[in-house]
Design a protein around this ligand. Structure first.
Ligand code: CUA
Length: 329
């Protein structure tokens, strides 16, 4: 398919494929939303061409032929004025009515929706399945089912965005916001945070995995089993669990690559240059201080953006985290 065809037709109308303008349509509401996009797009194309055409036409048609040529007297036209008022009014009403209907459809979850709670924090998403009593660090849903997300934030404004579903809504502290979708086919889609929320905003990514109902049931059973397994006692295994649960992994990798904060790989025992020009050796004391009061010593080249964890971890948990970091040589 040529670029021109993509630009002009928007095949999303027909097949749900990716187009020049839009990602693939992976939810039941997506075709309705795209139809409005293309309606507005075409209204704009028609008027842009008509108005620019008139501008250029008049350039040449009414060009002053000689320095002393006078323009002809302009008389008013009720017909033109009426057309200029009626057409935009009709268009506005049509755009409002079509837009409002889809807005209501996309805002009000069907009564038979299954529930998932979404909790946003700097800088990760967590998903809670209230009926099954499980937590997941990525969103997994059954194909062909209405899913209602009730979302809240632990800290600042975030925004939940799945382009393939045409679903986007702010996630706020101290208030719940709700979105819903129905993804008819199995597949994987990106989740973005689309409200600037600090240093880690651009890495606040996740995925929604749509599974066939049988595969979804199997996944849920597995999660329930994992949730009822005993929690590890203090030690490396608990540390690794906390590394994910407390979202350390949102900013600190275990594989040596750089994110918002320094990587944990090879961290222990290393000597680290600080913003104030001094140097520290990374030992248990330094790690503990950096978890509880991160602003005390800022590593050179990094912003003081980590929230303090003082009072949020028991001594056993702090020790376990440090022991886990030690293993990442
Ligand atoms: Cu969360 Cu941007």
């Amino acid at each position: 398919m040529s670029i021109a065809t993509l630009l002009l037709t928007g095949t999303a109308w027909a097949g749900g494929e990716r187009t020049f303008w839009l990602p693939p349509q992976a939810s039941t509401i997506a075709p309705d939303i795209d139809r409005i996009f293309y309606l507005i797009y075409w209204v704009n194309v028609v008027f842009f061409v008509a108005m620019m055409g008139a501008v250029f036409l008049f350039f040449f048609k009414y060009k002053q032929k000689s320095p002393d040529q006078k323009t002809s007297a302009i008389k008013g036209s009720h017909t033109l004025e009426l057309i200029g008022a009626v057409i935009p009014t009709i268009l506005s009403v049509v755009l409002f009515v079509t837009g409002f209907r889809v807005y209501v459809d996309s805002s009000v979850p069907p009564a038979d929706s299954m529930d998932v709670r979404v909790v946003a924090q700097k800088w990760k998403w967590d998903f809670y399945y209230p009926e099954a009593g499980v937590t997941s660090d990525s969103l997994v849903v059954p194909a062909g089912e209405n899913v209602r997300l009730t979302m809240s934030s632990k800290d600042v404004l975030h925004s939940f965005f799945v382009p393939d579903f045409r679903v986007k809504k702010d996630v706020l502290p101290n208030r719940y916001s709700v979105v819903w979708f129905n993804a008819p086919d199995a597949g994987e889609h990106n989740i973005f945070c689309t409200e600037y929320c600090g240093d880690g905003h651009s890495v606040m990514l996740n995925t929604v995995e749509v599974l066939e109902p049988a595969a979804y049931d199997a996944w849920l059973t597995e999660q329930v089993a994992a949730a009822s397994a005993p929690r590890p006692g203090p030690g490396i295994e608990l540390g690794e669990l906390l590394y994910k649960e407390k979202a350390c992994n949102g900013c600190h990798t275990a594989d040596g690559s750089a994110l918002v904060g320094p990587t944990f790989k090879g961290l222990y025992g290393k000597s680290e240059a600080l913003e104030d020009g001094s140097t520290v050796t990374v030992d248990d004391d330094y790690l503990r201080e950096s978890i509880e009061a991160p602003a005390a010593k800022i590593v050179k080249g990094y912003a003081p953006s980590m929230p303090p964890f003082e009072g949020q971890l028991t001594d056993e948990e702090l020790n376990s985290l440090i022991d886990y970091i030690k293993t990442l040589e």
